[in-house]
Design a binder for this molecule. Structure first.
Ligand code: AMP
Ligand code: GLY
Length: 428
């Protein structure tokens, strides 16, 4: 079966790497992919960030021509714009939720409404479309707030505030100045929760739910969780802060009611449902839902996954998740992100990268490409802020971290930086 993966990051490289191990996997295509995915299959020059008729027609034509039997949609932007709906065809399977289901990520006000209706634990929130009313609310509020653009804003539309002044500034930025365009037409203002953050991802086939091992992400750029937020500097999986009992509770009180409530509203959720949770003193509470695989959580999950990802994905699209075989390598995985100098601020592209092969000679090390490309001379160069995702396993998390750091030390590009402390919160 030929497979097309939509997206260009480390998540897509990791999914492709795992799919390629399936005995049933034929040719892999990536749209548009990166220099790493080009080593696994064929990159095609189609970018689906904006889902218009031209893009849909190009993908549809390509899939017919190349006999693609499975399309996997990685990122949230095409999912929220309904790419899964528009590519649906009896001759192929599409992995990723339809537009009405992807709304859980793309419309935070809707997600809040659904959680309230289903009594799902989440931060207390109010939704506003009027700037003056929102400001008046923030002004009166004494405890810290979080201000969120309701729509998709490339992960940047959330402002965690310490006081009312900051909340009012965030409202001005999002609602008055429209820093995130239409995504800020509606805002969600919610109570600021404290605790450790975890990512719980589940496969959902419309009815059945299979919860994947929980992971913890490191959003801040510097060691000790200092400095500005990034798209993620590393992740480890599984995380010991979530016990089996707590995971069962998360499934029962959060994931199942979400999928059931959607189904009652006529929405069939198929794909990955990703709950970003805060482990508060009052139990786990939802910070956000994502309608896709997490990045870089997926890189660590795929490194540990045992089972045939192609069969698993097909089962999801066929409502047969209860029939699949899925287990994990018991060893934890630590994934370290190597970033460009200057990231998350401004950075240069086109800087040559060396040493990946040496890194991958180390035991249980796998390097996924995120922002990479080939230059005119065919050299591997940087092409984004987050460049490589270096994954390693170990007998325990400490060893996994050491192995990942040792692998990073073999890789060189000018200005490269990474955090050596991935997993520190649970390693004391
Ligand atoms: P979101 O995109 O909604 O997950 O928000 C991005 C980040 O903002 C999260 O990963 C959290 O670190 C933080 N955040 C979001 N909502 C809250 C909240 N209610 N309390 C504290 N931090 C939050
Ligand atoms: N790891 C965060 C995300 O995928 O949104």
């Amino acid at each position: 079966m030929n497979v097309l993966i939509i997206g260009s990051g480390g998540r897509e490289h990791a999914l492709g790497w795992k799919l390629k191990q399936s005995p049933r996997c034929g040719t892999l295509f990536f749209a548009p992919g990166n220099a790493g995915t080009a080593l696994l299959g064929t990159n095609i020059p189609i970018n689906a960030d904006k889902v218009d008729t031209k893009t849909v027609d190009a993908i549809d034509y390509f899939c017919r021509h190349e006999n693609v039997g499975l399309i996997v949609i990685g990122p949230e932007d095409p999912l929220s714009q309904g790419l899964a709906d528009r590519l649906a065809h009896p001759s192929r399977a599409v992995f990723g939720p339809v537009k009405d289901a992807a709304r859980l990520e793309g419309d935070k006000a809707y997600a809040k409404h659904l959680m309230r209706a289903a009594s799902i634990p989440t931060a207390e929130a109010r939704t506003f479309t009027n700037y003056e009313i929102a400001v008046a609310y923030a002004q009166e509020h004494e405890t810290p707030l979080v201000v969120k653009a309701s729509g998709l804003a490339k992960g940047k539309g959330v402002v965690v505030c310490d006081n009312a002044e900051q909340a009012m500034a965030a409202l001005a930025l999002i609602m008055r100045d429209r820093a995130f365009g239409d995504a800020g037409e509606t805002v969600v203002v919610e109570e600021r929760l404290v605790g450790q953050e975890v990512s719980v991802l589940a496969l959902v086939d419309g009815r059945n739910i299979f919860v994947l091992d929980p992971a913890q992400d490191h959003k801040q750029v510097f060691e000790g969780d200092k400095g500005p937020n990034t798209g993620g500097m590393g992740v480890y999986c599984p995380t010991p802060v979530i016990t089996d009992e707590m995971l069962a509770l998360i499934e029962r009180e959060i994931l199942v009611p979400t999928v059931d409530t959607l189904r009652r509203e006529g929405v069939n959720y198929q794909g990955v449902l990703y709950a970003g949770l805060m482990l508060t003193a009052g139990g786990p509470k939802v910070l956000e839902f994502n309608c896709r695989f997490g990045d870089p959580e997926t890189q660590a999950l795929m490194t540990r996954l045992k089972g045939d990802l192609l069969e698993i994905m097909l089962a999801v699209t066929q409502g047969k998740l209860d029939e699949v075989d899925l287990s994990w390598d018991p060893r934890p995985c630590c994934c370290v992100v190597m970033a460009s100098g200057g990231y998350p601020g401004e950075y240069k592209k086109g800087i040559p990268i060396t040493g990946i092969e040496e890194a991958e000679k180390l035991p249980d090390v796998r390097v996924f490409h995120a922002g990479t490309a080939r230059d005119r001379e065919g050299r591997l160069v940087t092409n984004g802020g987050r460049v490589l995702n270096v994954c390693a396993m170990g007998k325990d998390l400490k060893e996994a971290q050491q192995n990942a750091n040792a692998a990073c030390d073999k890789i060189h590009f000018k200005g490269a930086h990474f955090r050596r402390d991935i997993g520190w919160r649970v390693m004391k």
